[in-house]
Design a protein around this ligand. Structure first.
Ligand code: DGL
Length: 272
């Protein structure tokens, strides 16, 4: 017999990027309630030390737990790579990161067994995607490239500007030299740069979107654990941030590709 669970799903990111996962979650699990926390006051995570990232992620999780969530999605490549391996058993509810779904999708997609990974400095330094892929299949070659300029460009709305193309060309050149046929967007901010990246690498390279893959994986995990809702009604999504709520509503619309309703709440994350 199936069991059900109407509690919300918690989702967090250092800022806006996790909304690319929320967009996909809303598509495939429309009746689930989502509580989103974007740590906009402390973004970016990717340039900080491991200790700081782990401290921040613990606080993000503690905050979401106050909303009675049934599972938490770390919709952030940096949090998933640097913090989740240490925190997995700490909170007594499923913590879902982007690594597993993304590595599985990349291994499936790559025919020439050469995969490129784009991520924040923290993510790339952790080597987590490389390890994840090699754990699935050791015969793959993985080429990683830190892209510290991408998050500020995206957070400031430089989505298809000339400056973005110039920087993206520089980041992508070493991966193209290695002739990868699959590129992992290892940071949930990067799907907004898909057009720029595809224009540079061409249609023949498969692009893996962490938000999309993680949403599908979340559905499977929740279903296996009897944690999906049986509500017949469309779920709502509540948004919390640690800095300016209005700016989040405005920019967040670009990530979600729909308007964020009024009522984004600013909280003090340092008390959690
Ligand atoms: N969206 C994030 C990630 O996936 C965060 C980027 C950052 O805060 O540096 O890595």
């Amino acid at each position: 017999m199936h069991s059900f669970d109407t509690r919300p799903i918690g989702v967090f990111d250092s800022g806006l990027g996790g909304l690319t996962a929320v967009k996909e979650l809303k598509n495939i699990l429309p009746n689930e309630t989502i509580v989103y926390f974007g740590d906009t006051g402390r973004v970016p995570y990717g340039t900080r030390s491991n200790d700081t990232i782990i401290k921040y992620v613990r606080q993000d999780i503690r905050f979401l737990l106050t909303h009675g969530v049934k599972a938490i999605v770390a919709a952030c490549g940096t949090a998933s790579s640097v913090a989740l391996p240490q925190l997995n058993d700490e909170f007594g509810i499923p913590l879902i990161g982007v690594l597993n779904p993304v590595c599985q999708a990349a291994v499936k997609a790559s025919k020439c067994k050469k995969i490129g990974v784009l991520g924040t400095t923290g993510t790339i330094q952790s080597g987590a995607y490389k390890k994840g892929i090699c754990q699935i299949d050791q015969t793959f070659s993985v080429y990683e490239k830190a892209c510290p300029m991408f998050v500020p460009l995206v957070e400031n709305g430089y989505i298809e500007s000339e400056a973005t193309y110039i920087i993206a060309r520089e980041y992508l050149a070493p991966l193209m030299e290695e002739k990868v046929d699959t590129i992992i967007l290892g940071c949930t901010h990067y799907p907004l740069l898909t057009k720029v990246i595809t224009d540079i690498v061409g249609d023949g390279v498969f692009i893996i979107n962490a938000g999309y893959e993680t949403a599908g994986y979340t559905k499977t995990m929740l279903s296996q654990q009897g944690l999906l809702t049986d509500s017949p009604h469309k779920g709502d999504c509540r948004y919390f941030v640690s800095d300016d709520a209005e700016k989040f509503s405005y920019l967040g619309g670009m990530f979600l590709e729909e308007t964020i309703p009024a009522g984004v709440t600013k909280i003090d994350i340092e008390v959690f």
